[in-house]
Design a protein. Structure first.
Length: 278
């Protein structure tokens, strides 16, 4: 049963505090699907316990389960064609550039609420101490994975894309080591292959990191680190602007955390580029 259906079932049984929390959730559904209970309660002007009480009243084990339900509702029943149609409705004959710029700016404005600099720094440290970094992506996320791998190679890191079919992945994982780091990029729905990648990393003891939008509640097994930031309205057209910002923040944080190592590598790269370009 969806979140809205549960709310309708309990209509007339909710307290004023419950209703204030609901007003926050329903008026900012995409953002609220990622907000912690204390942030929602603060916006509603109630005690944090009110958000937890509402979740249990609706039948959830706790507020995290309510939030997972909101994330699922963002995805269910909305296909690619529907998302594009909904976006075009905002500007049927108008300025699509302006409409897109406004929606992307709004999504980027919410980024720091979902992913903090401390989160990024923690991943940057893990990348720098890893023996190898293996980057996994499928579909549209592959474009971002290729860019990330290229950036990290410039720092002199041992980085590879986990491309090819599932058989190629199996061969790559034969040599997976506990000191390796598997970094996956995945959006909207988890693939069966991603689940196998995370399972294999967990079995070996390798660190796993996932950059995503709404998949946090659906990943099994859970990664060691999750960087989850919404890409705007999940029921409309979405771009890679937000996860690209996360990836770029990670690259710059790696450069800052390992400045001596990364700057030396970049200076060496400049020498090599001059040599090969001449």
């Amino acid at each position: 049963m969806s979140f809205r259906e549960l709310v309708q079932r309990h209509e007339g049984k909710l307290t004023p505090a419950d209703q204030r929390v609901l007003d926050v959730l329903l008026s900012h559904l995409t953002e609220a699907a990622f907000l912690p209970a204390d942030e929602v309660a603060a916006r509603a002007g109630v005690h944090m316990a009110a958000a937890t009480r509402l979740a249990k009243k609706l039948g959830y084990a706790g507020y995290p389960q309510l939030r997972e339900s909101l994330q699922s509702d963002l995805l269910d029943g909305i296909g690619p064609a529907d998302r594009v149609r909904r976006s075009l409705e905002h500007a049927p004959d108008g300025d699509l550039v302006q409409e897109l710029a406004q929606s992307e700016c709004a999504a980027l404005g919410d980024l720091s609420r979902a992913v903090s600099q401390a989160d990024i720094d923690a991943v940057a440290h893990r990348v720098l101490v890893a023996r190898r970094v293996l980057v996994f992506a499928r579909g549209n996320a592959s474009v971002l994975a290729s860019l990330l791998v290229r950036r990290l190679r410039r720092f002199g890191l041992d980085v590879a894309v986990l491309g090819g079919d599932d058989r190629d992945l199996a061969e790559e994982f034969v040599s997976l080591h506990p000191d390796d780091l598997v970094l996956a990029l995945a959006f909207r729905r988890p693939s069966r292959t991603l689940e196998r990648v995370l399972l294999t990393a967990a079995e070996v003891g390798a660190t796993s990191v996932v950059i995503t939008d709404t998949l946090g509640a659906h990943l099994r097994p859970a990664p060691d680190v999750l960087l989850a930031a919404p890409r705007g309205n999940g029921r409309e057209f979405q771009s890679l602007t937000v996860p690209m910002a996360v990836a770029n923040a990670l690259v710059l944080s790696i450069a800052r955390s390992g400045s001596a190592r990364t700057m030396t590598a970049l200076e060496r790269l400049e020498e090599l580029l001059d040599r090969f370009d001449s």
